[in-house]
Design a protein around this ligand. Structure first.
Ligand code: URA
Length: 237
C-alpha cells in the first residue's frame, strides 16, 4: 500500500507528463473510486484504487504484466523500421509507462509475447540462466522426416554458437508441421536450427511459454490481456 498525490499517481499510470496530468485533474476529467477529484495535490491510497479518466476505468497497477497475441508484420524492436511496432497494439498509456517486450519474436512470427514495465521481471524472464521452455509451431518448406526430428533432438551446430543446440521436445504434427520446444532464446533460433538441419521454416507461431498456453487466454490475433498472479506463476514452466 502507498499513498501518493493524485498527479503522481496519474503520471505513474502513463497518462502523460505531470503537467498534463494536473490539467486533466483540474479539468474534472479524473475520478477516484467513482468520485471526481479536481485537486491534484489530494493524497490517494493506491490500494484497490480505480481511476476513471475520460470516463474510462483503470485499476491502479504498480506494474503491468501483459500477454499479447502478436500478429505477423509487427516488430518487437524499440525503433521499428519496416513494420509497425508491437506497442501500437496496446493503449498509449503503456508506451508512456515504458512497457516493453520480454525478449523478441521476429516480425513474421505470430503468437505469445509477454510485455511489462517491470525491469527486474523482464530481466529475470529473459535471463539465459532461467531455462523457461518456449513452445513453437513451425511450418516447414520441406516435409518433416524422422531424420529431421532426430537431428533437432540430438542438437545442430549453428555457426556462431560454441556448442550444438538441441530441442527439448520435437514432434511431427503434420506433413509440414513441427512442434518444437526450446529452452534457450537465441536470435532466429528455430529458423536457424531448421536451416542447419536442411529444411526451411516458412511460418512460425509461439503457442506457450512455460506452462502458460496462449490458447488458454482466449485472445484473437492483435489482442492482449493482463496476466494475473496464477498465470505469471505458470511462466516458470
Ligand atoms: N525462433 C525464431 O527463429 N524466430 C522467432 O521469432 C522465435 C524463435
Amino acid at each position: 500500500m502507498s499513498k501518493l498525490s493524485l498527479d503522481r499517481i496519474l503520471q505513474s499510470q502513463g497518462f502523460g507528463t505531470r503537467k498534463y496530468c494536473r490539467t486533466l485533474i483540474e479539468d474534472g476529467e479524473v475520478a477516484v473510486n467513482g468520485v471526481v477529484q479536481d485537486n491534484y495535490k489530494t493524497v490517494v491510497d493506491t490500494e484497490s484504487l480505480v481511476l476513471t479518466v475520460f470516463e474510462e476505468e483503470w485499476r491502479y497497477r504498480e506494474h503491468v504484466y501483459i500477454a499479447l497475441y502478436k500478429p505477423a508484420n509487427y516488430e518487437c524492436s524499440r525503433k521499428p523500421s519496416h513494420h509497425p511496432g508491437v506497442l501500437t497494439l496496446l493503449p498509449e498509456q503503456f508506451t508512456w509507462r515504458e512497457v516493453q517486450p520480454v525478449g523478441r519474436l521476429d516480425h513474421d512470427t505470430t503468437g505469445m509475447l509477454l510485455m511489462s514495465d517491470d525491469g527486474p521481471f523482464i530481466h529475470a524472464q529473459s535471463s539465459p540462466k532461467r531455462h523457461v521452455p518456449k513452445v513453437y509451431q513451425a511450418t516447414t518448406a520441406e516435409p518433416v522426416t524422422d531424420a529431421l526430428v532426430a537431428q533437432l533432438l540430438g542438437g545442430v551446430q549453428l555457426h556462431d554458437e560454441p556448442a550444438p543446440l538441441a530441442a527439448l521436445v520435437c514432434e511431427k504434427k503434420g506433413e509440414h508441421q513441427l512442434e518444437i520446444v526450446l529452452e534457450q532464446g537465441k536470435y532466429h533460433q528455430v529458423k536457424r536450427m531448421l536451416a542447419a538441419a536442411g529444411n526451411h521454416c516458412s511460418a512460425l507461431h509461439r503457442s506457450a511459454i512455460g506452462g502458460l498456453q496462449l490458447a488458454s487466454l482466449g485472445l484473437q490475433e492483435g489482442e492482449w490481456c493482463y496476466l494475473d498472479e496464477a498465470q505469471l506463476a505458470l511462466l516458470a514452466g
